[in-house]
Design a protein around this ligand. Structure first.
Ligand SMILES: NC(=O)c1ccc[n+]([C@@H]2O[C@H](COP(=O)([O-])OP(=O)(O)OC[C@H]3O[C@@H](n4cnc5c(N)ncnc54)[C@H](O)[C@@H]3O)[C@@H](O)[C@H]2O)c1
Length: 666
């Protein structure tokens, strides 16, 4: 059955966000809540959120009424469920309440309607008991806030049909989210299950007085995590954490009942952000974390080892595949790396000895090594691409395996658009177009794609929203110096593809062109900038250096003295200085750079003979890396090659006939 009408039951934090996501994607949505007050609050929150999106240019002002008009608010559960194709339950995480609401939904909705639950932890099969037609019941676990976070866990209960599982998986993709398949409804599914021993670990850190929350949170931030664990628990709600631990105590292991710090806060009703006080006092939506020295009693690897251990158990139990676990943790915890990529840089015995030391320190069974780690099979378990043995599941997994990685022209972080002989490669990664492993992978494919496109002569690289790129975002965990070196080599090899491409690359530097963003520009053949662009290499102030060709390309471009100054001081320059230094060839105003660059690129793509441009580019780049004599040979051989092209004949005869040449690139 096609899904057109969606009803969300429970208009709280999650429900109103889920309703908004569907309305933004063109669905007719009914948002139902037992309390009128909750509905009013939800309506206001949705309106504020839509207005914010209009302000930031994500949606057009004239779409406002249409989007809001798709939403209906109701306090009659039976009526709201009656004609919906999909009903998503998002009432509080209380088993009996959920069962009661789900039972009412299933007796009010049509026989073919799909029923989903946004439960964070409860087994789908446990909730299913209250539903008529259990094969249509499924877990659809959005993350908070649903409008922003991309991840949705799609969870199969014991009775959920494959058809419903796949249909919801497709639907979640269609509304612009990233679904992961959870084949078994183990408590906590993937992300919260990985989080479970971690929460326990941090609870024990307080119980055992190993460190204070602020010492741990400063430590976490210093290690590049967006939020420390205690700040995050305050944000999520101490009550939520406590309820989860209580559920895991009964469903996963009694160990989850063996810590006190969270329950102490809970008993004092200090629930974090929602009550203004938890581990920290919260003001204006921000945790007031006291100043403290980062703890030296913990090692980031402790926490990562706990995650790797739990991830191994998830795969062993056939709950989810390693790639999905990695995606889940990255997107669900808003983190640059997940346990699978961390494990790829470690040996089995390193992980095992770390886990064993945590087990000894904390003394609870949940911290014992997973059996694959115990038996030295971590690598094997994390390279599984599909679950075999159970026919139903392997069919789904194989289907997933058979999907092409990503078809040509489809990129997560890049937009390619063609206008005649010009292709625009636009970096489109939220957060200042930072360059992470995903962007590097997309860049590599996109550069290959434009380089293989016969029509394209000129490529303009720019960034979305007027920002070229604020630099590199380290999106993986590096366990050794050699790992980090390889990361540098990978960026270098992708950027080198630009220099070796047969196309002319122009970089349109606006907003920020910092660090890796600046290096990307340096790899291009021509650079234009806005007057107010901020260009520079901040790397040395962060303890690293420009490691994606920067130290070499900049010195070649502007000479040792000037390059040394810019790299060693991390000084930022603007367009005019960049022009004076010879880094950029033209400077434009912010308003005009887009049109001016395109005009220039179009004219250039018509005026130059493509093969001659390619060989000139190679001679320039090679010549700067070799002796004069070898450079001159490259130049002469290129001339010889050009002599055999049709374009040289066209160029000469057009010149003699005083007409515009028509080059064919042959
Ligand atoms: N808060 C999170 O970060 C988060 C993240 C993912 C999933 N979840 C899950 O989503 C679900 C909802 O969580 P939340 O944070 O939105 O809770 P919430 O308390 O903010 O909202 C729940 C809403 O349900 C309404 N409600 C209560 N009883 C009802 C009934 N009988 N019929 C209709 N409405 C009823 C309440 O009035 C409230 O508006 C829970 O299962 C939770 O575990 C929460």
């Amino acid at each position: 059955m096609e899904i057109r009408k969606v009803t969300v039951v429970g208009a709280g934090l999650m429900g109103h966000g889920i309703a908004e996501v569907f309305a933004l994607n063109g669905y007719a949505v009914t948002l139902e809540d037992a309390f009128a007050e909750a509905l009013n609050k939800a309506r206001k929150s949705i309106e504020t959120s839509v207005d914010r999106m209009i302000k930031s240019g994500k949606i057009k002002p004239d779409e406002r009424e249409e989007i809001l008009g798709r939403l209906t608010y109701s306090s009659e559960l039976e009526k709201a469920s009656a004609d919906a194709d999909l009903i998503i339950e998002a009432v509080p995480e209380v088993m009996e309440l959920k069962k009661e609401v789900l039972s009412k939904i299933s007796s009010s909705c049509g026989p073919d309607a799909i029923i989903g639950t946004n439960t964070s932890n409860f087994r789908i099969s446990e909730l299913a008991g209250s539903i008529k037609g259990q094969d249509r019941f499924i877990g659809i676990h959005f993350f908070n806030p649903p409008v922003v976070l991309k991840l949705v866990e799609v969870i199969k209960g014991e009775a959920t049909s494959d058809k419903v599982f796949e249909q919801i998986f497709g639907l979640i993709k269609e509304i612009g989210k990233v679904p992961i398949r959870v084949f078994k409804d183990s408590p906590g599914f993937v992300v919260n299950r990985i989080n479970a021993p971690e929460s326990l670990f941090f609870c024990l850190v307080i119980d055992k007085q190993i460190a204070k929350p602020e010492e741990v949170d400063h430590f976490a931030r210093a290690n590049g995590l967006p939020m420390g664990p205690y700040e995050l628990m305050d944000y999520v709600g101490i009550d939520t954490v406590v309820h989860s631990l209580d559920y895991y105590k009964n469903s996963l292991s009694p160990d989850y009942g063996r810590c006190h710090a969270f329950h102490d806060l809970y008993n004092r009703s200090e629930l974090g952000l929602k009550t203004g006080r938890g581990f920290y006092v919260w003001k204006d939506g921000k945790a007031q974390i006291p100043a403290a020295e980062p703890t030296t009693k913990l090692d980031l690897m402790d926490v990562l080892a706990v995650e790797i251990n739990e991830a191994a158990k998830i795969v062993e139990e056939g709950i989810a595949l390693p790639d999905d676990i990695e995606t889940g943790v990255k997107l669900g915890m808003n983190r640059p790396f997940g346990p699978i990529s961390v494990a790829s840089g470690l040996t089995n015995s390193e992980v095992r000895s770390k886990i064993n030391s945590i087990f000894e320190r904390m003394g609870l069974e949940v911290f014992k090594p997973a059996s694959s780690i115990e038996s030295g099979k971590l690598r094997e378990i994390f390279s599984i691409k599909g679950f075999k043995g159970e026919e139903q599941e392997s069919t789904v997994a194989e289907k997933q395996e058979a999907q092409p990685a990503q078809p040509a022209g489809v990129y997560e972080t890049i937009k390619l658009t063609k206008e005649g002989k010009v292709t625009v490669l636009e970096l489109n990664n939220p957060k200042l177009n930072l360059i992470n492993a995903r962007v590097v992978a997309d860049l590599e494919r996109a550069i290959d794609e434009v380089s293989n496109d016969r029509e394209t002569v000129v490529v303009v690289i720019r960034g979305s929203n007027g920002i070229f790129s604020a630099g590199a975002e380290l999106s993986q965990f590096f366990s050794s110096p050699a790992d980090f070196m390889n990361f540098s080599r990978r960026g270098q090899s992708v950027f080198k593809k630009i220099q070796e491409s047969s196309k002319i690359f122009i970089s349109q530097m606006e907003g920020y062109a910092l660090g890796g963003g600046f290096e990307l520009s340096l790899s291009c053949d021509i650079r234009f900038a806005t007057e107010d662009v901020k260009i520079g290499f901040p790397e040395l102030q962060r303890g690293i250096l420009p490691g994606w060709t920067g130290t070499q390309r900049l010195a070649k471009l502007i000479g040792m003295s000037r390059a040394s100054y810019l790299i060693l001081t991390s000084e930022r320059i603007e367009g005019k200085q960049a022009l004076d230094l010879g880094i950029v060839s033209r400077v434009y105003s912010r308003d005009s750079i887009g049109n001016e660059t395109m005009e220039f690129a179009k004219k250039l793509s018509e005026d130059v003979a493509p093969v001659a441009a390619y060989l000139a580019k190679i001679s320039l780049n090679r010549g700067s890396e070799t002796s004069m004599d070898n450079g001159l040979w490259t130049e002469a051989i290129s001339m010889g090659l050009l002599y055999g092209t049709e374009d040289i004949k066209e160029g000469v005869s057009a010149f003699l006939q005083k007409r515009k040449p028509e080059f064919k690139g042959k």
